[in-house]
Design a protein around this ligand. Sequence first.
Ligand code: ATP
Ligand code: MN
Length: 261
Amino acid sequence: DRIARRRDREFSEFRKRIKDADQFKVEASVFDDATFAALYKLVQDGYIDAFGGPISTGKEANVYSALGGETAADVLDVDDNPEVAVKVYRINASDFRDMRGYLDGDPRFEGIGHDKKQIVQAWVRKEFANLTRARKAGVRVPEPMAVERNVLVMELLGLDTGRAKRLSEVHVENPETAYEVIREYMRRLYDAGLVHGDLSEYNVILHGEELVVIDLGQAVTVHHPNSREFLERDCHNVAAFFRRQGMDVTDEDLLAFVTDD
Ligand code: ATP
Ligand code: MN
């Protein structure tokens, strides 16, 4: 019918517009039609108004900055349309076998099959759910806004122009304070039943004076058969970073603090 035809036309115009946009020149080939449809839905739903440039092109996902729409402003409770971060997982590039292992034993994602597309979509929903749970537990993470198929929209970090800096990229003025903040985040996350699983100076972002933990896609619940191993690895990475900052901290001290034993 007429409405469907109009919708189709609007969608192809949208797709062409994105494909032609400079920032998507390289990536357009890796975006499949379903990804364009997901981005289109997010525009229609008011989460995205206009796309900015790429912030990061990773192994499995690309992160873009974008201008958020009215719904994004509502979620963050701000007057002006905020900037948002759009993380797009590439279904074909994703190492879904590895992802599958992180979904095992998670009571929230029981019965996820072995279909690549389904695994990646469960992964994105898991990242959204983990961000929500972390926030509730009092851990500073980007505020999650929407998830649509293989696309996650969240609060954009970084207060000054340009890309937000990782902890690994800055001179840490006060390592004692930073360590206390991060170990408290780890404890709160653990008390909320989550283990980050890839925590290091590369997944902590500086947002003004705040330290913000990112990249919670692989975070598992404590039910996961390897959650203890992941927690020990997180403790090792974090303690090693602060030892390099001249601090006298051990992996074991940190683990004891986080698990309270
Ligand atoms: P990598 O393999 O590089 O770790 P990834 O797929 O694990 O990538 P993230 O770590 O979530 O993805 O994001 C990659 C990079 O994008 C981050 O290091 C950071 O620079 C930037 N980034 C991610 N989320 C945000 C955000 N909400 N606001 C600002 N920048 C972000
Ligand atoms: Mn990362």
